[in-house]
Design a protein around this ligand. Structure first.
Ligand SMILES: [Zn+2]
Length: 177
């Protein structure tokens, strides 16, 4: 009985956040059509390479993002970047499961308000603050890629080890409460 409830709750969460997952799957199909690959890890479908790599490398004002979560799909530039970002991205998966179809409006709205106030629309975003607090990215955890090579870290976005690392002392309007 207990196990049945868990399966039902799991499917309800999948359905609740499916509008986001559909967007991720659309990007995933584009990745597969352009030489990218798919894999299933920890209950999510991950896509890397092809169009997804092209897209992610242009995010965050051209600095590039290692990975991005859309519902129960995770997009990554490479397998190594997915590996490095996986814990962080799964915090976002839990956020999507809480917010469902309201996650993207809430996330984008938060970033917009921060941007208007002159704050960091990415690192000061409450959803990112939670994700970095629970699962800070570890630049030391390099993992050989599918091709057996180590991915260079310089292509990764400059993300802090902890949220506190990027708060400037004189920027009182943008400090986290
Ligand atoms: Zn994040």
């Amino acid at each position: 009985m207990n196990r049945n409830w868990r399966i039902w709750i799991r499917w309800l969460l999948v359905a609740w956040t499916s509008p986001n997952s559909v967007i991720g799957l659309a990007f995933g199909v584009l990745a597969l059509l352009t030489g990218g690959r798919a894999q299933i890890r920890r209950g999510c479908i991950e896509f890397h390479g092809g169009f997804v790599k092209w897209l992610l490398s242009r995010l965050l004002n051209g600095q590039g993002a290692a990975a991005m979560t859309l519902g129960h799909t995770i997009l990554g530039q490479t397998p190594a970047m997915l590996h490095r970002a996986r814990d962080h991205e799964h915090v976002h998966v839990r956020q999507y499961e809480r917010w469902g179809p309201f996650f993207l409006p809430a996330y984008i709205g938060s970033s917009l308000v921060l941007w208007i106030r002159g704050c960091d629309s990415y690192l000061e975003n409450p959803f990112e603050i939670e994700a970095y607090r629970l699962a800070p990215l570890n630049p030391q955890s390099q993992q050989p890629s599918a091709e057996g090579k180590s991915e260079p870290l310089k292509s990764q976005p400059p993300k802090p080890l902890s949220p506190e690392a990027n708060v400037s002392a004189d920027d009182s309007d943008c400090k986290r409460g």
